[in-house]
Design a protein around this ligand. Structure first.
Ligand SMILES: O=C(O)CCC(=O)C(=O)O
Length: 284
């Protein structure tokens, strides 16, 4: 009796997630052991070529349309700290950049299955070229979640920490000082030590430049549209000044494990508390 079942081997019959990783025979292993180890060591990992170009194009078109409608000069500092194109922060064309299976598989690979709350909004982070003569000098590093007058975080003593920062590159950044997302590798561990000694409310505006924590050489992310960056909440970072001729486009998602609200401080004092799959690597 011939089988009436359709063979499931035609490429378009397969779920998107399997199509995304055809070499894995259907196993969802988008990050290698080495990439996970470097995440544990450095507090971030840059993964090239993750986001399908049609999603990148659609997001960038929506952003460019919004920019073309104009923006208020007086609000540029606030936009820079919070988000540009405020009306697009919850737009499905932007949110899809994180929830597309090709991207979300990376979040699951790091934090674990069904542990992270799916995002409903993003930060549209445009870094515009600075004027000629701007020095090649980085702003100080910071971690997020601390109140500043511009960033929209409430000034109530609660640190709005999260678990994982997901950055999606929407434009090529081929060299340093092009508005690069820039990380001080390993500072997630140093900040854990610092908070254990000083408490989590000891940072002014999240700034870690002048608290006596030793800072390694900063690592600017050099990459292309469609790349992603995954960074531990507690790794110090900034955007480099953009001394190129092009606008830098990125979209950031601040992702949290379910129930983080109940153990915010604990997660800052024990940086792998919410990462069961990586705890082993930390020890080895
Ligand atoms: O735009 C960037 O590359 C960095 C943004 C940033 O540091 C932040 O939003 O916390």
């Amino acid at each position: 009796m011939p089988s009436l079942r359709k063979p499931a081997h035609h490429k378009s019959d397969l779920p998107a997630i399997v199509r995304a990783f055809p070499n894995c025979g259907g196993w969802l292993v988008p990050l290698t052991e080495e990439q996970k180890r470097s995440f544990v060591r450095d507090g971030f990992v840059h993964v090239p070529g993750v986001v399908p170009s049609r999603l990148v194009d659609r997001a960038r078109r929506a952003i460019n349309h919004s920019v073309g409608l104009g923006m208020d000069r007086d609000d540029m500092v606030r936009f820079s700290a919070q988000s540009f194109c405020m009306e697009l922060r919850e737009d499905p064309r932007l949110v899809r950049l994180a929830t597309a299976p090709e991207v979300w598989a990376h979040v699951r690979a790091l934090v674990g299955e069904r542990r992270v709350v799916k995002p409903v909004r993003c930060q549209i982070a445009l870094r515009f070229p600075r004027p000629e003569g701007t020095p090649r000098k980085l702003d100080g590093p910071h971690i997020d979640g601390y109140h500043t007058p511009e960033n929209g975080v409430p000034d109530d003593g609660v640190v709005r920490n999260f678990t994982l920062l997901l950055g999606v590159m929407l434009s090529d950044v081929p060299a340093p000082f092009g508005g690069n997302f820039t990380v001080w590798p390993g500072t997630h561990r140093r900040m854990e030590r610092y908070f254990r000694e000083h408490g989590v409310n000891s940072l002014q505006g999240g700034s870690v430049g002048e608290i006596g924590v030793r800072l390694p050489k900063p690592a600017p992310v050099i990459g292309k549209a469609g790349d992603i960056v995954l960074a531990h909440y507690q790794v110090a970072h900034t955007a480099s000044p953009n001394l190129s001729g092009d606008v830098r486009y990125m979209c950031f998602f601040r992702l949290a494990v379910r129930g983080l609200d109940e153990h915010r401080v604990e997660s800052m004092l024990n940086i792998w508390r919410d990462w069961p799959g990586l705890r082993e690597l930390e020890r080895s």
